[in-house]
Design a protein around this ligand. Sequence first.
Ligand code: ZN
Length: 191
Amino acid sequence: MAILNIRIIGDPVLRTVADPVTEFGPELEKLVADMLETMEDVEGAGLAAPQVGISQRVFTYRIRGVEGHIINPVLDNSEDFQPDEVEGCLSIPGLGFPVRRFRHTRVTGVDVHGNPVELEGEGMLARVFQHETDHLDGILFTDRLEGEDRKAALRAIRNANYDSITEQTTSKRAKTVGSSFGAGASFGSAQ
Ligand code: ZN
């Protein structure tokens, strides 16, 4: 297994609609294993394949000890919303804003062997499912902000020196993300 390099905002792969997975086998198994290891390494709550430069519909998640992956996910969201919570994103280091998400989410897809999977969650789990599936459609959480938060986020992204951040090691980046989302922002950390 290997720790993968996490792509940072500005990388076109994050803005590309990912392809459905059609080939199941050792390569896909390695991708999922590496994504799980990378997510654990940076203490992320979720990781989508485009974030490691692979434009395929795969994400992993890790919320309060519940860890897993899903391939070709399709979401079925409740009509009502949950209270806004601050989200962060491993691909937008140092930024955290409250995001509106549906209260409950059912996810259907397949596992790494192609067997049908159905996941269901509320609260933080539903939030991660929605955040990670957005990544597969080239959507970042900052796209879901409105008003002053949106302006502040875009300004911060414009002013951030992400080029130099990209050159940092993964572990250094993990530290940055961890400290940014340590207080009050539970999304960036699985703790
Ligand atoms: Zn993200």
